[in-house]
Design a binder for this molecule. Structure first.
Ligand code: SF4
Length: 163
């Protein structure tokens, strides 16, 4: 998961994009408790975003798996084209694309939090976080190409595997 936390939530209009998560990381409630993963339609989201838009304000796009929404790039771009800033809190690195990062940067995103959870691919497999080190490094390189260089890393403490 990849998160962004540069904006104060109190200063934003918040729009829920989706609920739950289609992944099943073993340590995470969102992937188990809030099933099934549900997304709001593009039409509904556009209407809600536009009704919350004011020049120079910030729209926070909420959801545990915002990056899995098929229209996330379009929504970030929509916010930017209206002179507002988009804030996305949760994005897995494997949902990033060149275009999405470009749109996030355009809409004011300057930092991200990446959640490898552990440095070990083996342990990541055990907790069902299906990201490889190569995917994480590729995402960091992608962010750096777009001059998003302030990164925070999240790790789980106390993981061990006897198998
Ligand atoms: S991808 Fe993120 S939100 Fe989804 S189950 Fe894994 S840790 Fe939870």
């Amino acid at each position: 998961m990849l998160q962004h936390a540069r904006h104060r939530i109190a200063d934003m209009s918040l729009v829920e994009v989706s609920r739950g998560c289609p992944r099943r990381c073993r340590f995470c409630a969102a992937g188990h408790v809030y099933r099934p993963y549900r997304i709001r339609t593009l039409e509904t989201l556009e209407r809600e975003i536009i009704s919350n838009l004011h020049p120079h304000n910030k729209i926070g796009l909420l959801g545990a798996a915002v990056g899995d929404h098929p229209d996330i790039t379009h929504l970030v771009h929509l916010i930017a084209t209206h002179g507002a800033a988009a804030a996305v809190f949760f994005l897995r690195v494997d949902t990033l694309s060149e275009e999405l990062v470009e749109r996030l940067r355009e809409s004011g995103q300057r930092s991200f939090t990446v959640a490898p959870e552990t440095g070990s691919e083996r342990l990541r497999q055990v907790i069902a976080k299906d990201l490889t080190n190569a995917e994480i490094f590729a995402a960091v390189a992608l962010l750096a190409r777009h001059k998003i260089t302030r990164l925070k890393l999240y790790f789980l403490i106390g993981l061990s595997c006897r198998a």
